[in-house]
Structures are given as structure tokens and as C-alpha cells.
Design a protein around this ligand. Structure first.
Ligand SMILES: *[C@@H]1O[C@H](CO)[C@@H](O)[C@H](O)[C@H]1NC(C)=O
Length: 281
């Protein structure tokens, strides 16, 4: 019989078989008695069952005696236990397996396993949200019938979380602009200097180009699915003044934001160092 209806079903079988083959009667009854003693399955009295509310309908099951409602283990919950004839630990819900954490021989102690998702890896739900596993989707999605849209995280066109700032400094200083982008998959972040031609046409010049005082850099973070790009300028020169555009692109989309650098000649601030340096910087 299925594990959820174990002792009752087996007892029925025992009675049927014992009528046909009396030879087995003693042996099977003895087995049933042992199991009954260990499992403690008396007559099923549903009104005595504790009330149980499972986090998801898929996790609703019955206890070892096939009587009282009980929840199967959700992802990450304890499970297992393998005592011969002894009480079994909770089983895991559909799509989950009980993995023992005990290393080496000797067998795992009761309830030391963990329910883990059979299918590894993040998935994207039909609700457009990412789930750490297909099991988490089934469980967290709750009653709304969310299904798996595809393997892997949901894609997200780049969004600029923190745009580059407007900064000012003196020539010779070391400055940088930063641009924080959220996107899945990881975006490509580039920097452009925005200039206007004498005819008023907007020109975008990819950085650093051949500038020796400029470098661009990208790193993951600070948060998950975020990348930060920088343009570093050292030493700052008067001609570095202007509008800087941070551009982010991935397979789903692209976006940009602008920052600005204003440059003061150092000689000016040097002359007035004692009088108005605070105003200048
Ligand atoms: C100018 O740059 C220097 C570093 O070279 C920095 O210490 C200073 O804070 C900057 N000033 C402003 C106003 O950002």
C-alpha cells in the first residue's frame, strides 16, 4: 500500500491472505502486531486529530496511520529518519527529496535530513518574479496559479538605480563618476562624453578613447543583479569638463543617464587659496 495508508491497508491484506493460506497467519499477524505496537495506530478517530494547516495544498497528507492530516516537508524543512519499524520522520512534499546531512556510516539519526528540491536552479514564474527553485515557486506562489515561465531568473531590462552625479573640482584633482545599474542578465556598461557640434548636433564619444588621464571600470554589486560602472579621471583637465553619459545594455533592453563634471582652473583657486577656497571647492 502507499505509505500514507500503511498499517490499515496492510492489516486488511493480512486478513485476506490469512484466510487463503493459514500457514502465513501467525507470521503476518506477528508482523502486523509489531508494526502496530511501534507505530501506535489505533482506530482512526478524526475528531481527535489536531487541526493542521499546511503552507500549500500540495503539502497536505495523512500521518503514518493514514488517519490524521499532516503536512509534508517543504523545501528546507527537516525530514527522514530510518529506524527499523520505528516512527518515521516527516516526508517531503512533491518535487522534493529528503537528503541526509549525516556523513559517514552509521545511518542518519531521526529527522536529520532536509527536504531539497529535485530540480536545481532558479526559475522565472509566469508572474514575472524569480524563484530560487521550482519548489519555491510552487510553495511561495500560493493559491494564484503561477507556473514556471522558463528556467533561470526572470530577465530584466537595465534600470539605472543611481545615476552619475554632477561634480566639480579643480584641474589636477582625481575625480570619478559612478553609475549603478540593475539588470538581468548582467548589463554592459559604457561611458560616453556628450558634446555638441557647432551645428547643434549631439555627439557621443566613447570613453576612454585615447585619453591618457581616463579609465573606465565595471564591477558587480552592490546588490544582487546590480553592476556599477565608473569613469575615473586623473589628473582632471579643463577639457574634461562636460556631460558624461552612462549607458547600460543587455539582451532585453538599454537605458542611459547623464552626469556632469565642472572643472575650475587650479591656478585661480591657488591665488585665492586663503580667501575663498571653501567657496571654490
Ligand atoms: C576634489 O578632488 C580631491 C581629490 O583629488 C578630493 O579630495 C576633493 O574632495 C574633491 N573636491 C570636491 C568638491 O569634490
Amino acid at each position: 500500500g502507499s505509505p500514507s495508508s500503511l498499517p490499515h491497508g496492510d492489516l486488511f491484506l493480512v486478513l485476506v491472505r490469512s484466510m487463503a493460506r493459514p500457514v502465513w497467519l501467525l507470521l503476518l499477524l506477528a508482523l502486523a502486531a509489531r508494526r502496530g505496537a511501534a507505530g501506535g495506530c489505533g482506530p482512526c478517530l478524526p475528531e481527535r486529530c489536531p487541526s493542521v494547516r499546511c503552507p500549500a495544498p500540495e503539502l497536505a497528507a495523512r500521518d503514518e496511520c493514514g488517519c490524521c492530516p499532516r503536512c509534508l516537508g517543504a523545501e528546507g524543512e527537516r525530514c527522514g529518519g530510518r529506524g527499523a519499524g520505528g516512527p518515521r520522520g516527516p516526508r517531503c512534499g512533491p518535487g522534493l527529496v529528503c537528503v541526509s546531512q549525516a556523513r559517514g556510516g552509521g545511518g542518519a539519526a531521526e529527522g536529520t535530513g532536509r527536504c531539497v528540491c529535485k530540480e536545481d536552479g532558479a526559475v522565472c514564474g509566469s508572474d514575472g518574479r524569480s524563484y530560487p527553485s521550482v519548489c519555491a515557486l510552487r510553495l511561495l506562489a500560493g493559491p494564484q496559479r503561477v507556473h514556471k515561465a522558463h528556467d533561470g531568473e526572470c530577465k530584466l531590462a537595465p534600470v539605472i538605480v543611481v545615476p552619475p552625479k554632477k561634480i566639480h573640482n579643480v584641474t589636477g584633482a582625481q575625480v570619478y563618476l559612478a553609475c549603478e545599474v540593475k539588470a538581468v542578465p548582467t548589463p554592459i556598461i559604457t561611458w560616453r562624453k556628450v558634446t555638441e557640434s557647432p551645428k547643434g548636433v549631439k555627439l557621443l564619444e566613447e570613453l576612454p578613447g585615447d585619453r591618457v588621464n581616463m579609465a573606465v571600470q565595471v564591477r558587480g554589486g552592490p546588490s544582487k543583479h546590480e553592476s556599477t560602472g565608473w569613469v575615473l579621471i586623473n589628473p582632471l583637465m579643463k577639457e574634461d569638463e562636460g556631460v558624461y553619459q552612462c549607458h547600460a545594455t543587455n539582451m532585453v533592453g538599454e537605458t542611459q543617464a547623464e552626469g556632469n563634471i565642472q572643472v575650475f582652473e587650479q591656478s585661480k583657486s591657488k591665488k585665492s587659496n586663503f580667501l575663498e577656497s571653501d567657496d571654490m571647492i
